[in-house]
Design a protein around this ligand. Structure first.
Ligand code: 0WK
Ligand code: BGC
Ligand code: BGC
Length: 954
C-alpha cells in the first residue's frame, strides 16, 4: 500500500535511518543543536532574505523538514523493491506498463566471459561518465588471470556537442578515436572496436542498437530511433583516418559485468552509478518473452533509471526532486535516476542549500549567484563536503568559492544535507539492486542466492561510503542473498573488449558461414541459365541427340477424360513406400484401398529376382486381405525409375536410382521381370497392362480432377518431371499429330557437366559417397534422399572451421544419413522456435549454443532454397516449352505434384511457385498436390489402355 503522507518515525526507525556512515551519531542528536545554531545569524545583507530571520525553533523545523524529506523508511524501500520487481517481471513478460517503465532490454550477451577471449580491441566509451568520452586500447591475452593494463585517454565533450546535432557528436567521437590511435603504434587497418554506449537502446544484434531516448545531460538531435552503431560507422568513414570495424555495442553495465575478473567467479550482475545509474543481470532466456529461447541465459539491461511508479516513488520524491526534474533536459523522465545518479546529487544539494539560505536558515539567509545557478555544486563537492573528517574544511572552501559566507554551524548543516542526499541515493540504489536479486531468486528458483555483483562508475570508485551504505541496505532488504561486490577494474573497458571479442568471433563465424553458403544462393541469372540449359537439353533429348535428359516417351497419349471405369490393381514402387492399391473407378469417382509394404535395403540392393518375388508376395498378401485372391484384375505398375518404354506395358530399366541397385534388372523389361515373378508364384494370375513412371501417374491422377494438368512433378526421395509433348517433336515415336507424355528423367540433368558451375564441394562429397557417383546430378541437388546429407557435410565443414559446436566434431555427425532430410522440414518450420531446433540437434548428440542452432537453421534454409529454385527453374523450362509448342502468348496449365519433400517442407512449394513465376512469367501455373499418389494414376492409365483395347476389339 503506497504511502501518501509522510508517516511518523519510531525512535528505532529514525535512529536506524539517520545513522550517518562512519559512525556519526544520528542526525537527531544534532536537531536541538541545529535550532540553537541559528541564533547567531546576521541581519539584512544583499541577497539575504528580507523578512526577519526565523526564530530558532522555526529554523530547526525547517532544517528537520528538509532532511526528513530525504529519509526513506525501510517500509518505503521494501515497497520500491517490490514495485520495481513487479515491473521488471511485467516487462520480461512483454507487457511493460508505461507507468512503471523499467525497460528490461535484452543485450545479446548470452554468456559471461570464458576467459579464452583474446586479441587487441579498441573500446570507445560514450555516456558513462557524462561530459567525457574515453578511448581504450585493450589487449586480451585469453589466459585465465593474465591481464595487460589497457591504455586509455579521456576526452571532454563540449556542452554544445552534447546538445547539438547527432552527427557532430559522432564526428567528435571519431575524431577522438583517431587522435588516440595516432598516439599508438598500431595499423590503420582491420581494427576491431567495441562501443560502450550508456543509454537505453533496443538491441537487435550485438552490433545493431537503436537509441530509445537520451539521458544524463545528452540531447543530440537526429539520434533517437536510429542505430547508433551505423552512426558511429558513418562518422569513422567520414573521418577516413582508420578502417575500424565496429563489431559490438554494449551498455556500460554489461561492460562492467563482463569486465569482472573471472577468478572471483563470474559476476552475473553489473551495477553502475556514475552520472547515471543502471544495472544488468543474467536472466534465464526462457523468461524473456521477446526472445524465443528456452535455454541458456541472456544479459538484460534493466534501465531502472526510468522507474517511476508514482505510487511508491511519489512519497519519496521531494520538492527538490520535482524542482530538479522541472529544470532538467528531460522533465518527467529518469525520475529514479535523478535521485541516485552523480549528475544530480550535487544539484539536489544546491537546491536544498538555496532553499535553506532563502529561508534564512543558512549562510545568514544570503544566497549568491553561484548558489542560485544550476549545476554549481558537483558530485565531488557533495562527497568531499560530507566527509566526516575533512569535510568541514572543504565545506568552507567550496562555499566560500561560491561567494557564500558561512555561519558557525553552517558547515555541519551543509554536511547533513550532503549526507542525507548521498545516503538516500545509496539506499534507493540498494532497493533497486534488491529487486534484481529477488528477480534472480525467482528466475533460478533459489531461496538462498549467492551472487557476485560487479560495480562500476565514479560514485563507487571515488566514494566507498556509497557502497557501504548500499551493502548495508541490501543486507537489510535481501538478507538471504550472499552478495559479493567486485569493483570493475577499469570501468568496464575490459568487459566491453570481452563482448567485442565474442562479437568478433561471432562476426568471423558469420562471415565463414556466408562464404560457405554463398554458392547455394542462386541469383536470377544463374536460374535463368538453368532453365535455358534444361530447355536445350529437352530439345536434344527429344531429337535423340546426346543429352543428359533422356526425354522418354511413355506411350500415354492423353490425360483421362472421365469415362474410365472398372477395378484395377496398382503397384507404386520407387518412393519412400512401396504400395499395393485396389482402385475402383466409377461414374461417382475413384475409390482406393491400399496397403504400404516396406522394401528392405537388402532387397532393394539384392537380386532382381528377390526384389520381384518380394513384390509379388506383397500383391498376394494384399489380394488375400482384400478378398481378391484368384481374381486377375488389370494391373498398372508405377515404377519410378528411368525406363525406355517400347509400349505401355514394356519398359526397359535404364539404370537404378535412389538407393535401389537390384542386380540383373538394368537393361531388362521390368514388366517381364514382374510377369516372371508372378509366373514363379503358383495360382496367381495378374494382367499387367501398363507400366508408368510416378511422374506420369501423378499427372494422370491430378488430370482426372483437372484436365489442364499436363505436367507431373515428383520431389520426394528422387525428383523428376513429365509433360504432354507434341508428338511431332518426339523423334523416337512416329506420328506428328497428337501428344505424347514424356518422362524427362530430369534427375540426370547435368550428368554431362552442364551444372558443374553450380556444384559445390558438398555436392561432390554426397555424390562420391552415393551408390551411383556421377549420376543423377540434378536429383542430388534437389531431392529428399540427398538434402540431409548435403546439410550434414556443410555442418562438418563449419565444425572443422570452429564456427559450429565450438569446433567439436562428434562421431554422430560423421555418420552417413544421420541428418535426415525431414529435419530440414522440421527445423525450417516457422512454428518451431529455435529451442526445438536445438532439441533435434541434441538428439543427434550435439551440444550447441543458440548461435549454433541459428546457423544450422540458415544452412538448412540455404540448401532447401537452392533445391526449390532449381526445381522451379526446371518446371519453368517445361511450361515454357509447352507454351511455345502451342505458340501461345500466355499458357494456363496445371502441374500435378507428389513427393514427401514437396509436401512436408514448410517453404519448398511456395519457393518453387515463386521461381516459376519469375522464370516463366507468361505461364499461369497451378500446382495440384496429388492426394492419392500415382497409384491412382497408374490405374487410370490402365483404364484408358483397357478402354482403347476394348474399342480396338469392337
Ligand atoms: C507418392 C507417389 C509415388 C512417388 C512418391 C514420391 O505415389 O509414386 O514415387 O510419392 O515421393 P517420395 O515417397 O519419394 O517422397
Ligand atoms: C542509461 C543507462 C546507463 C546508466 C549508467 C542511464 O542514464 O539509461 O543505459 O547504463 O545511465 O551509465
Ligand atoms: C527416378 C525417376 C522418378 C523420380 C521420382 C528418380 O530417381 O529416376 O524415374 O520419377 O526419381 O521418384
Amino acid at each position: 500500500m503506497p504511502h501518501t503522507e509522510r508517516e511518523e518515525l519510531t525512535p528505532e526507525e529514525s535512529d536506524q535511518l539517520l545513522l550517518l556512515p562512519g559512525g556519526h551519531p544520528p542526525l537527531w542528536n544534532h536537531m536541538d543543536s541545529i535550532g540553537s545554531v541559528r541564533l547567531r545569524q546576521r541581519e539584512g545583507a544583499p541577497g539575504c532574505s528580507q523578512e526577519g530571520l526565523p526564530c530558532p525553533s522555526d529554523s530547526s523545523e525547517l532544517v528537520l523538514e528538509c532532511l526528513q524529506q530525504f529519509k526513506v523508511t525501510e517500509t518505503q524501500l521494501r515497497q520500491i523493491q517490490a514495485s520495481l520487481l513487479g515491473s521488471m517481471e511485467q516487462a520480461l513478460g512483454g507487457q511493460a506498463s508505461p507507468a512503471s517503465a523499467v525497460q528490461m532490454l535484452p543485450t545479446y550477451v548470452g554468456s559471461t566471459p570464458h576467459g579464452t577471449e583474446q586479441g587487441d580491441f579498441v573500446v570507445l566509451e560514450l555516456g558513462a561518465t557524462g561530459a567525457s568520452l574515453r578511448v581504450l586500447w585493450v589487449t586480451l591475452l585469453g589466459i585465465e588471470g593474465h591481464r595487460m593494463e589497457p591504455r586509455s585517454q579521456e576526452f571532454v565533450i563540449p556542452p554544445e556537442v552534447m546538445l547539438g546535432p547527432g552527427q557532430q557528436l559522432f564526428d567528435f567521437a571519431a575524431h577522438c578515436l583517431s587522435e588516440f590511435l595516432d598516439a599508438l603504434p598500431v595499423d590503420k587497418e582491420g581494427l576491431q572496436l567495441g562501443f560502450s554506449f550508456s543509454f537505453p537502446c533496443h538491441q537487435t544484434g550485438l552490433d545493431r542498437s537503436t537509441l530509445i531516448s537520451w539521458t544524463k545531460g545528452f540531447r543530440c538531435s537526429g539520434v533517437e530511433g536510429h542505430d547508433v552503431v551505423q552512426l558511429l560507422r558513418d562518422a569513422i568513414k567520414r573521418q577516413g583516418a582508420y578502417s575500424i570495424d565496429v563489431v559490438a555495442v554494449v551498455n556500460d553495465t554489461v561492460g562492467t559485468m563482463m569486465g569482472c575478473e573471472p577468478g572471483v567467479g563470474p559476476c552475473e550482475v553489473g551495477l553502475v552509478v556514475d552520472t547515471g545509474t543502471n544495472a544488468c543481470y543474467m536472466e534465464e532466456a526462457r523468461h524473456v518473452a521477446v526472445l524465443d529461447e528456452d535455454r541458456g541465459r541472456v544479459c538484460i539491461s534493466v534501465e531502472w533509471g526510468s522507474f517511476s511508479d508514482d505510487g511508491v516513488l511519489g512519497p519519496v520524491l521531494t520538492t527538490f526532486d520535482h524542482a530538479l526534474d522541472r529544470e532538467s533536459l528531460n522533465p518527467g523522465a529518469q525520475r529514479f535516476e535523478k535521485m541516485i545518479g552523480g549528475l544530480y546529487l550535487g544539484e539536489l544539494v544546491r537546491l536544498v542549500l538555496a532553499h535553506l539560505a532563502q529561508r534564512g536558515v543558512l549562510f545568514g539567509g544570503c544566497t549568491s549567484p553561484a548558489l542560485l545557478s544550476r549545476g554549481s555544486i558537483l558530485l565531488e563537492h557533495v562527497a568531499e563536503m560530507k566527509d566526516p573528517l575533512a569535510g568541514a574544511a572543504r565545506v568552507h572552501a567550496i562555499l566560500r568559492d561560491m561567494g557564500l559566507s558561512m555561519g558557525a554551524s553552517d558547515a555541519e548543516l551543509v554536511q547533513y544535507v550532503c549526507a542525507a542526499v548521498f545516503t538516500r541515493a545509496a539506499r534507493l540504489c540498494a532497493a533497486a539492486l534488491a529487486a534484481v536479486l529477488a528477480r534472480l531468486q525467482h528466475s533460478r528458483e533459489q531461496q538462498v542466492l549467492q551472487i557476485a555483483v560487479a560495480t562500476g562508475g565514479r560514485v563507487f570508485e571515488r566514494y566507498p561510503s556509497f557502497l557501504s551504505i548500499l551493502q548495508e541496505t541490501v543486507m537489510l532488504l535481501a538478507p538471504e542473498c550472499d552478495v559479493s561486490f567486485i569493483p570493475s577494474v577499469d570501468g568496464g573497458g575490459r568487459g566491453v573488449a570481452m563482448v567485442t571479442a565474442v562479437a568478433a568471433r561471432l562476426a568471423a563465424h558469420r562471415r565463414l558461414l556466408e562464404e560457405t553458403l554463398a554458392p547455394f544462393r542462386l541469383d536470377h541469372e544463374q536460374l535463368a541459365a538453368v532453365r535455358a540449359q534444361m530447355r536445350e537439353a529437352m530439345v536434344k533429348g527429344l531429337q535423340g541427340e546426346a543429352s543428359s535428359l533422356r526425354m522418354l516417351p511413355t506411350y500415354v497419349r492423353a490425360t483421362p477424360d472421365g469415362t474410365e471405369r472398372g477395378d484395377f490393381l496398382a503397384l507404386d514402387l520407387g518412393g519412400t513406400n512401396f504400395r499395393v492399391l485396389l482402385v475402383r473407378v466409377t461414374a461417382g469417382g475413384v475409390k482406393i484401398t491400399s496397403q504400404v509394404y516396406s522394401i528392405p535395403e537388402y532387397v532393394a540392393q539384392g537380386s532382381g529376382q528377390q526384389l520381384f518375388d518380394h513384390i509379388v508376395d506383397c500383391i498376394v498378401d494384399f489380394q488375400q486381405k482384400q478378398g481378391l485372391s484368384g481374381q486377375s484384375l488389370p494391373l498398372g505398375f508405377t515404377f519410378s525409375f528411368p525406363c525406355r518404354q517400347l509400349g505401355l506395358d514394356q519398359g526397359i530399366l535404364l539404370n537404378w536410382t535412389k538407393g535401389f541397385n537390384a542386380s540383373d534388372c538394368e537393361g531388362q523389361d521390368i514388366v517381364c521381370l514382374l510377369r516372371e515373378a508372378i509366373g514363379r508364384r503358383q495360382a496367381v494370375e495378374l494382367n499387367v497392362v501398363a507400366i508408368v513412371n510416378d511422374t506420369v501417374g501423378t499427372m494422370m491422377s491430378c488430370g482426372y480432377e483437372d484436365p489442364r494438368c499436363e505436367v507431373g512433378l515428383i520431389v520426394g526421395t528422387g525428383t523428376n518431371a513429365c509433360y504432354m509433348e507434341e508428338l511431332q517433336n518426339v523423334a523416337a515415336v512416329p506420328g506428328d499429330s497428337g501428344h505424347m507424355c514424356i518422362n524427362m528423367e530430369w534427375g540426370a540433368f547435368g550428368d554431362d557437366g552442364s551444372l558443374d558451375s553450380l556444384r559445390t564441394c558438398f555436392d561432390a562429397n554426397v555424390d562420391q559417397a552415393s551408390i551411383n557417383p556421377g549420376k543423377q546430378s540434378f536429383e542430388k541437388m534437389i531431392s529428399g534422399m540427398y538434402l540431409g546429407e548435403i546439410v550434414r557435410h556443410i555442418l562438418l565443414h563449419l565444425t572443422s572451421l570452429g564456427v559450429l559446436f565450438r569446433g567439436q566434431q562428434t562421431q554422430r555427425l560423421q555418420t552417413r544419413d544421420i541428418f535426415k532430410t525431414k529435419f530440414l522440414s522440421e527445423i525450417e518450420s516457422d512454428s518451431l522456435a529455435l529451442r526445438q531446433v536445438r532439441t533435434i540437434l541434441e538428439d543427434l548428440g550435439l551440444s550447441l549454443t543458440s548461435d549454433d542452432a541459428l546457423m544450422v537453421l540458415e544452412v538448412c534454409q540455404a540448401v532447401s532454397q537452392r533445391a526449390a529454385q532449381l526445381c522451379g527453374a526446371g518446371v519453368a523450362a517445361v511450361v515454357e516449352k509447352i507454351r511455345e509448342n502451342r505458340g501461345l502468348e500466355e499458357l494456363t496449365v496445371s502441374v500435378g505434384v507428389d513427393g514427401t519433400l514437396y509436401k512436408l517442407h514448410p517453404h519448398f512449394s511456395s519457393l518453387v511457385a515463386a521461381t516459376v513465376r519469375e522464370l516463366a512469367p507468361r505461364c499461369v501455373v497451378t500446382f495440384l498436390q496429388s492426394e492419392d499418389g500415382s497409384g491412382k494414376g497408374a490405374a487410370l492409365v490402365t483404364a484408358v489402355a483397357c478402354r482403347l483395347a476394348q474399342m480396338a476389339h469392337v
